[in-house]
Design a protein around this ligand. Structure first.
Ligand code: UD1
Ligand code: UDP
Length: 380
């Protein structure tokens, strides 16, 4: 039996890997051995719990205020020990985290094939997002199968001389996960959020965690939010805050005592997607949220200088605004005050997937091992 080992460790990888894991477990001719690194803990377990995934191996590498090199070396060491007992035919890594590149390197060094999900995203700036742009480029160098979410990501890989036959355009599995979960409209565990669900007040959903934004930029975003909350008492601002203490130290002091700012712990994915479906607009520096919100027709203001996800920018639902405090304030103000400006960005588009990315991924993996045919590429 061909053994495939998905390796993942953070919240976004877990969400995006869930449809792949489901497909691998359902394939009668594949054995799926699920390995988590535990780069995240609560935020990873939350997702596995929701999707009913019980890992076979858990390296539990998380440390308080962990460093990139610490995460990288503990992951490689943990996987190397695991590969002494269990040698899969291929690993699947997802995206651009440290877990992802470490999983790819650890497997490559042991002669195990690397399958890269969400391959070919490029910002074309090595230092932004840091270190993700470098991570995904390194993984592309050693992967045997590149699962590109869109035609644009496929073209990026072709320009880097990846062979066309090694690339399959699948769509992004985050859309599979989103479509499965959002329709459940789960109850909120926080009564303040449940209350929002019953009101017709407008809602601005905010997330931030990117390393480039930590420190002064994030404090500025906090100040912009505080000013917005004072200017718009008829709007609720909800910030499910990342577990990273560096993020909390930067943004939370700016938001103390504001009546219509609701700060929550990281929300379970079902609750987060319900909130997303209720939002008037989204202010974020997240990669995954940039992909999800356009599907639900939600305008997204992205607090970054560049993006490796240009498709929704081109479609007009995502705007790059950077992190300047005044710019954040005025961009949100425009969307709250100008119904036409909001309407122009609020068209539902699906450049990132059609909900069948998991299926295409598993077909491409089976094809790699001579077990079947690929499905036609996702065309957007
Ligand atoms: C990492 C990924 C980033 C991804 C983000 C998703 C890398 C290089 N970066 O961010 O691409 O967008 O995750 O959220 O891999 N922590 C907890 N509990 C948790 C999760 C985190 O306490 O459940 C703490 C950790 O101990 C750590 C801090 O938060 O000290 C930051 O976590 P980490 O995974 O190192 O974050 P990033 O590298 O910023
Ligand atoms: N998300 C979640 N709960 C939250 C905030 C985000 O489930 O409180 C989900 C969100 O829907 C998206 C993913 O987490 O699928 C994004 O994770 P994150 O922003 O941490 O990482 P990135 O996508 O930037 O790598």
């Amino acid at each position: 039996m061909t053994t495939i080992m998905p390796i993942y460790g953070t919240r976004p990888e877990a969400i995006k890997m869930a449809p792949i894991v489901a497909g691998l477990l359902a394939a009668p001719d594949l054995e799926c051995v699920i390995t988590v690194t535990g780069q995240h803990r609560e935020m990873l377990d939350q997702v596995n719990h929701l999707f009913g995934i019980v890992p076979d191996h858990d390296l539990n590498i998380i440390r308080p205020r962990q460093t990139l090199n610490g995460v990288l070396t503990r992951t490689i060491e943990g996987l190397d020990t695991l590969f002494d007992q269990t040698v899969p035919d291929a690993v699947v890594v997802q995206g651009d985290t440290t877990t992802s590149v470490a999983g790819a390197i650890a497997a490559f060094h042991r002669g195990i094939r690397v399958i890269h999900a969400e391959a070919g995203l490029r910002s074309f700036d090595l230092f932004s997002p840091f270190p993700e742009e470098a991570n995904r480029r390194m993984t592309s160098q050693i992967a045997s199968l590149h699962l590109a979410p869109t035609a644009t990501s496929r073209e990026n890989l072709l320009r880097e001389a990846v062979r066309p036959e090694d690339i399959c355009v699948t769509g992004n599995t985050v859309i599979d996960a989103l479509l499965e979960v959002v329709q459940k409209q789960v109850p909120f565990s926080d009564p303040a959020l449940e209350q929002l669900g019953r009101s017709d007040r407008r809602l601005v959903l905010v997330t931030t965690h990117r390393r480039e934004n930590q420190g002064e930029a994030m404090r500025g975003v906090g100040r912009a939010l505080a000013r917005l909350a004072r200017t718009y008492p008829d709007v609720d601002f909800v910030l499910p805050v990342h577990k990273n203490p560096v993020v909390r130290e930067a943004i939370l002091p700016q938001l103390q005592g504001l009546e219509h700012v609701i700060v929550t712990e990281p929300l379970a994915y079902g609750e987060f997607t319900r909130l997303l479906s209720m939002a008037t607009l989204v202010l974020t520096d997240s990669g995954g949220v940039q992909e999800e919100a356009p599907s639900l027709g939600k305008p997204v203001l992205v607090m970054r200088e560049n993006t490796e996800r240009p498709e929704a920018v081109a479609a007009g639902t995502v705007r790059l605004i950077g992190t300047d405090e005044d710019r954040v304030y005025t961009e949100v103000q425009t969307l709250l005050d100008d119904a036409d400006a909001h309407h122009a960005m609020a068209t539902a588009v699906n450049p990132y997937g059609d909900g069948r990315a998991g299926e295409r991924t598993v077909a491409a993996i089976r094809h790699l091992f001579g077990l079947g045919d690929r499905l036609p590429d996702f065309t957007g």
